[in-house]
Design a protein around this ligand. Structure first.
Ligand SMILES: NC(=O)CC(=O)C(=O)O
Length: 300
């Protein structure tokens, strides 16, 4: 079945004030979601996005402490009332109250075997949890004298790709470091996603060099819309996020971009831009599967 793709408005919340107190973080996130849902005076958003790790400080020592059980299994009924995650409950409630699709950034998630994941949850306008994505590629880097970070100290990587149909677009999900792996974006685009969304938190070393470059590259090489949503920069925190949440169109144009502070960025996603890009630069029909494999055949 072909997914409907129609114009819609996207709002990215570059959330600030993420501190050590989870209840405060959830309260603040809820308040800014309610504000984002009011719109920018022109249009109300159809879809709101939060950043990576919006309910806890970002760092491997924090993940197990803040982790919550979610227990979502794709294709199986999910009862929010039975859910033990206070973050999931807050997100579900506010999605329903605002009648808006909501991509709940990411939160540390624990499973029944004691494994911890960095997990994105997605809600429909009735508050149902409809999809999750566990960060597949863990952020383990060491740039001497600049930044060392090892998510794998406490996290386990996810083992599946995640796409969902919002009724107005098919959306592919990744979390932060996942954007560095073009295969994930390529598979999502070849399987019909129109928009790729990455809650993320690049840093002051890699952010200035790679955040925009990777976002525009994933958009241009797959001829899709790409959106990256960061926390605001907080120089009193242990991890300094780059910020600059942005929305990029299939031609690589930046439709909206935040600075470093807390901010809501809105953009209208126009399907016509995707179609005219693909008609004008027809790479989607020029591929040489006699020379290399067709990743759209990847079993999902
Ligand atoms: N924080 C991440 O997962 C990724 C990142 O900061 C980078 O790739 O750089």
């Amino acid at each position: 079945m072909t997914t409907v793709f129609r114009p819609f408005t996207l709002a990215l919340i570059q959330l600030g004030s993420i501190g050590a107190n989870k209840a405060d973080n959830l309260r603040h996130a809820r308040q800014v979601i309610l504000q984002a849902a009011q719109g920018n005076g022109v249009k109300k958003p159809d879809l709101i996005v939060l950043p990576e790790c919006f309910n806890s400080p970002y760092g491997h020592i924090h993940f197990p402490v803040y982790a919550e059980p979610i227990g979502f299994v794709p294709g199986k009924p999910y009862d929010i009332d039975q859910c033990q995650s206070e973050s999931v409950k807050m997100l579900s409630t506010v999605a329903r109250e605002t009648s808006t699709w909501l991509i709940g950034g990411s939160i540390p998630e624990c499973d029944s075997n004691g494994k911890v994941f960095n997990t994105c949850t997605v809600y429909d306008p009735k508050g149902a949890l409809v999809a999750t994505h566990r960060k597949v590629h863990l952020f383990d880097i060491d740039i001497p004298g600049q930044i060392k970070f090892k998510e794998s100290e406490t996290l386990t990587g996810g083992s599946s790709l995640s796409h969902f149909d919002a009724g107005f677009a098919k959306i592919g999900l990744g979390i932060c470091y996942d954007i560095r792996f073009p295969e994930l974006a390529m598979i999502a685009a070849r399987q019909g996603c129109h928009v790729l969304i990455y809650p993320g938190a690049f840093n002051m070393t890699t952010g200035p060099l790679h955040w925009e470059l990777l976002s525009r590259s994933r958009a241009v090489d797959n001829q899709v819309f790409v959106s990256v949503c960061s926390p605001a920069r907080d120089l009193s925190a242990g991890y300094h996020a780059w910020g600059h949440s942005m929305i990029v169109d299939p031609m690589g144009r930046i439709l909206g971009e935040a600075g470093a502070e807390e901010e809501i960025v809105y953009a209208t996603i126009e399907p016509e831009v995707l179609y005219s890009t693909r008609t004008g630069i027809p790479v989607t029909v020029q591929r040489r599967f006699d020379v290399y494999p067709d990743v759209s055949k990847f079993p999902n």
